[in-house]
Design a protein around this ligand. Structure first.
Ligand code: SF4
Length: 73
C-alpha cells in the first residue's frame, strides 16, 4: 500500500501542489512529503494530508512570485 504522504515529485498532490499553505518537508533519507501549513493553527487540517487533495476549504492559490512582480515598492 502506498503512503498517502508520498513523494511530491509525482503528480498526485492535487490542490496542495499550487496552494500557498503547502510546505515540502524532506527527510534525512531524501524523501519529500507534503505538509499543510494551516495544520499548525487549525485542527481541521491534517499535518500530512491524504493525497491527492481534490477539495479543500483552506486552499489559497499562490500569487505571482515576488520576482515576477519585479519587487516594486
Ligand atoms: S490548505 Fe488544503 S490545499 Fe492547501 S496545503 Fe493545506 S490541505 Fe493542501
Amino acid at each position: 500500500m502506498t503512503d498517502p504522504r508520498a513523494a511530491v515529485s509525482s503528480d498526485g498532490r492535487g490542490l496542495c501542489a499550487c496552494c500557498a499553505h503547502v510546505r515540502v518537508v524532506t527527510s534525512a533519507r531524501g524523501s519529500s512529503f507534503v505538509m499543510c501549513g494551516l495544520s499548525r493553527t487549525d485542527e481541521r487540517f491534517a499535518k500530512y494530508p491524504r493525497l491527492p487533495v481534490l477539495a479543500c476549504v483552506g486552499f489559497e492559490g499562490r500569487g505571482p512570485s515576488r520576482e515576477a512582480q519585479g519587487h516594486q515598492r
